[in-house]
Ligand binder design. Structure first.
Ligand code: XMP
Length: 395
């Protein structure tokens, strides 16, 4: 099997779109292309470019029931509105019972991988697709291969790629990425492989996509399973969806009010905020969550602190944390309720490193009060750990 990836620099959206059309016509003209959409910006851009190049494409969206809700709207509703031709494959009834009760993070990831690959293989077979397009972007490529994209060729065999990956093995990064699975197609095609996240957003603006897609926050493949610490249950999933929506939309409103846009590029060149979410746990201080030690994912207990809010000093403290995986700043603690919530809001260029978003403490308390108004919530923390030494997600 082959991999075709567009290797070009991004000068302007027009230039890139022209290069992409030329590339797609060269490799996919008269072929049938499978394209899985995740709701995120990378796969959406890959699909839009395929459409621009008039390639016969089968777009699908797999609804496993663990997607986030944004402003009370399910991800599948957004995607259907944006791309009416997308075929929604609903596996909620089959998939959720499989993941309920599974505590181990890597096993949760495996369940997703297996479910996705099964469905993708079936659609490829049923629709007789020749190629599989995906939204792999530059940081994914550089992390997987450990080399710069210009060191790769436009077309490479799987064998050549495996050899290259072997040479630059990196346990931490690879263990959480959705591993390449060999599907029954002639080749995979990656039209946005040379783009960074902010170039993708620039392209989406140029393609007249609405603000809600252009500034869509990154979301992990294992979806809310990555934000539910411990086993996913019907109960915590439903609470997680509610709190996630409150946190993400409150912070989005704050940025729109302050800057007119839901995301800015800050003076470090980071997208601010890059990722925003709520993580849920029954007992967050008694549960090991991920951190990073020497580039590897490690599981340790978090440390909670109650102190006067002083962003700079607190971040300095959290940056040098040892023995604990991360530092949680206590916002509100009540005696009632069942779940602890950690608010995570980070700035980043490509998720490889991240800084903690500097939000006013009064605003953080406002969000905490909204969360505590839900009877299920007992305490709320703000995660003040940069990556490293923390990770973005908790599992
Ligand atoms: P961490 O937690 O490693 O996350 O700092 C870095 C980025 O990767 C996303 N993430 C994942 N994405 N499958 C994915 O497709 C995964 O298993 C996974 N785990 C984390 C995370 O949301 C962040 O953007």
């Amino acid at each position: 099997m082959l991999n075709h990836r567009l290797i070009t620099s991004f000068t302007t959206p027009e230039q890139f779109i022209n290069d992409a059309i030329r590339f797609l016509k060269k490799h996919a003209k008269d072929k049938k292309v499978f394209c899985a959409l995740s709701g995120g910006i990378d796969s959406s851009t890959a699909y839009l470019l395929l459409k621009k190049a008039n390639i016969d494409t089968i777009p699908i969206f797999i609804d496993h029931g663990l997607m986030r809700i944004i402003r009370s709207k399910e991800e599948r509703e957004y995607i259907k509105q944006l791309f009416p031709k997308v075929k929604i494959i609903d596996i909620r009834d089959k998939f959720l019972p499989k993941i309920y009760g599974e505590e181990d993070a890597e096993k949760k990831r495996m369940l997703f991988k297996n479910a996705y690959s099964k469905i993708i293989s079936k659609v490829i077979e049923d629709e007789d697709c020749d190629l599989l397009a995906d939204g792999t972007i530059l940081p994914d490529i550089e992390e997987s291969f450990g080399v710069e994209i210009n060191d790769l060729k436009e077309t490479m065999s799987l064998k050549e790629e495996q050899n290259l990956m072997e040479k630059h093995k990196d346990g931490f990064i690879k263990s959480q990425h959705n591993l390449a699975i060999a599907y029954d197609v002639e080749a995979t095609i990656q039209p946005v492989a040379s783009l960074t996240k902010d170039e993708i957003r620039e392209l989406l603006k140029d393609l007249d996509m609405p603000q809600e897609l252009v500034y869509r926050k990154a979301f992990p493949g294992p979806a809310l399973a990555a934000r539910i610490i411990g086993a996913v249950t019907e109960e915590n999933l439903s609470v997680e969806k509610k709190v996630h929506d409150i946190v993400e939309s409150s912070i989005e409103d704050y940025y729109i009010k302050k800057y007119g846009e839901p995301m800015i590029i800050n003076n470090l060149g980071e997208q601010e905020p890059f990722q925003v979410f709520a993580a849920i746990s029954k007992e967050i201080l008694n549960t090991k969550v991920t951190g990073m030690i020497e580039g590897k994912r490690s599981y340790e207990f978090p440390l909670a602190i109650k102190a006067k809010w002083d962003y700079d000093n607190l971040i300095t403290l959290a940056s040098t944390i040892k023995c604990f995986s991360r530092v949680l700043y206590e916002l509100e603690v009540s005696l009632n309720g069942k779940f602890d919530i950690a608010i995570r809001c980070i700035n980043s260029i490509d998720a490889r490193t991240a800084s903690v978003t500097k939000l006013p403490i009064s605003f953080l308390h406002e969000i905490a009060s909204k969360l505590l108004a839900l009877e299920e919530i007992k305490s709320v923390y703000y995660d003040i750990t940069p990556k490293p030494p923390g990770t973005i997600e908790y599992v």
